[in-house]
Write a protein that binds this ligand. Structure first.
Ligand code: HEM
Length: 340
C-alpha cells in the first residue's frame, strides 16, 4: 500500500514489543483520538453557541433540539471529554505500573501530567459554558477555593473569573479559557509529548543488551491497529451519544432556584467530599496540589526502576511508586463513590 500522510507520522518499522495492546493498552493513542474529536465537535458547536449570560443556555438548547444533528454533535463532545479523563488516567497508571517514566522519559512524564491537568481544567470550563442553573454552585465553590490561596488568591481569582460574582461575570472568561487559553497549551504540549515519545526511542523497553526480542512490525500494521482502536472507541462514543444525552438544566437567567444542583461535576466529587471535612484551603487546594506534586516527583525522588524492569508490568524495583499511586487512586475512587 502507498503510505499516506497518516502513515508518515510513524517510523517505517517499530519493535513489536512496543506495539502490543497488553503493553500500552492503547490508552495514549485513544487519548489523541479523543482530543482530535473534541477539536472537531467543539468547532462545530461554536457555530451556534452564544457566549453571553442571557443567551448561552438557550443557544445550547437550540443547538441540542433544533439544529440537525446538533444534539448528537454536543453529545459526542460531552462523552469524548468524559472518556478523555478516564483514558488519560488509565494511561498514567500504565506508565507508572510499567516503570515507563524512568530517565530518559521522565521529562515526557511531566509533559503528560501537564496534559492531564489541562484536560481536567478544560472539562470544568466546558461544563460551566452550559450556563444553566446547575453550574452556579460548582462555579462559586470552585472559584472561591482559588481565593483561599494566601497572597496570590485574589489575583488568581480575578484572572480566572474576571472579578465580582462568578455566577454573573465568569462566562466570558471561561469561554476564552475553554476555546483558546487552555486549548492552545493542550495542542502545544500534545505535539511536544508525541515528539518526545519518538525522540526518547519509542515506547519504553529494556535497553537492547537486556532485551532479546528483535521482532519488528511495519508501520502499515501499526496504523491498522490504531484504526481498529479508533473504530471501537468511535462505536462506543456513538452508542453513548445516542442513548445517554449530555445533561442540561433550565437557563440561569436570574439567581438559580433553591432546588438547583449543588453537586460538583463527577471528576471533582472527591474534592467536594473532602470539603465537608473542614478548612477549604487545606482540603480543597493543599491536598489536591500535594497529590499532584507527589505524582510529578515520582520519576525524580522515588527509587529508580531497574533497567531490566522497564516496560514490564508491576516490576519489583518500582514497588513504592505502584503502592503510592494505588493508594491515591483508591482514595479518590472511594471519596467519589461516597459522594455519588
Ligand atoms: C492527556 C493526554 C495524553 C495524551 C494524548 C498522551 C499521549 C501519549 C501517546 C500517544 C503515547 C505513546 C503510546 C502509548 O503509550 O499509549 C504516550 C506515551 C507516554 N506518555 Fe502520554 N499522553 C497523555 C497523558 C499522559 C500522562 C497523564 C502521563 C503521565 C503523567 C503521560 C506519560 C507518558 C509517558 C512517560 C510516555 C512514554 C511511555 C513509554 O515509553 O512506555 N502521558 N502518551
Amino acid at each position: 500500500m502507498r503510505p499516506s500522510f497518516f502513515h508518515h507520522l510513524h517510523p517505517p518499522a517499530i519493535p513489536a514489543a512496543q506495539a502490543r495492546w497488553r503493553h500500552t493498552l492503547g490508552a495514549g493513542g485513544t487519548a489523541v483520538f479523543l482530543m482530535l474529536l473534541l477539536g472537531v465537535t467543539g468547532i462545530l458547536e461554536m457555530f451556534y453557541y452564544v457566549p453571553n449570560p442571557e443567551e448561552a443556555a438557550l443557544s445550547v438548547q437550540t443547538l441540542t433540539y433544533h439544529v440537525p444533528f446538533g444534539g448528537f454533535i454536543r453529545n459526542l463532545h460531552y462523552w469524548s471529554a468524559q472518556l478523555l479523563l478516564i483514558v488519560s488516567a488509565v494511561h498514567l497508571l500504565r506508565v507508572i505500573f510499567t516503570a515507563a517514566y524512568k530517565y530518559p522519559r521522565r521529562f515526557n512524564y511531566l509533559l503528560g501530567l501537564g496534559l492531564f491537568v489541562l484536560a481536567v481544567m478544560l472539562d470544568f470550563t466546558g461544563y460551566i459554558l452550559r450556563w444553566d442553573q446547575g453550574i452556579c454552585w460548582p462555579l462559586t465553590t470552585g472559584t472561591n477555593l482559588i481565593k483561599t490561596i494566601p497572597l496570590i488568591g485574589g489575583f488568581l481569582f480575578r484572572l480566572a473569573v474576571g472579578g465580582g460574582d462568578a455566577c454573573q461575570t465568569a462566562l466570558t472568561r471561561f469561554y476564552t479559557w475553554h476555546i483558546f487559553a487552555l486549548t492552545l497549551p493542550v495542542v502545544v504540549l500534545g505535539v511536544w509529548h508525541a515528539f518526545r515519545v519518538r525522540r526518547d526511542g519509542g515506547i519504553a523497553t529494556p535497553p537492547a543488551r537486556l532485551f532479546l526480542d528483535r521482532t519488528r512490525i511495519p508501520r502499515d500494521e501499526l496504523v491498522r491497529r490504531e484504526a481498529a482502536a479508533m473504530f471501537i472507541v468511535g462505536i462506543l462514543l456513538i452508542l453513548l451519544s445516542v442513548f445517554f444525552p449530555a445533561p442540561i438544566a433550565p437557563a440561569m437567567i436570574d439567581k438559580p432556584s433553591l432546588n438547583a444542583e449543588t453537586r460538583a461535576p463527577w471528576f471533582f466529587l472527591w474534592v467536594q467530599q473532602m470539603l465537608k471535612w473542614g478548612d477549604p484551603f487545606i482540603f480543597g487546594v493543599l491536598i489536591p496540589l500535594g497529590i499532584l506534586t507527589l505524582l510529578a516527583l515520582i520519576p525524580y525522588i522515588f527509587p529508580q526502576p531497574a533497567d531490566s524492569d522497564i516496560g514490564r508490568w508491576f516490576p519489583k524495583s518500582n514497588r513504592l511508586a505502584q503502592v503510592v499511586v494505588t493508594v491515591i487512586a483508591i482514595f479518590v475512587i472511594i471519596l467519589t463513590l461516597i459522594n455519588t
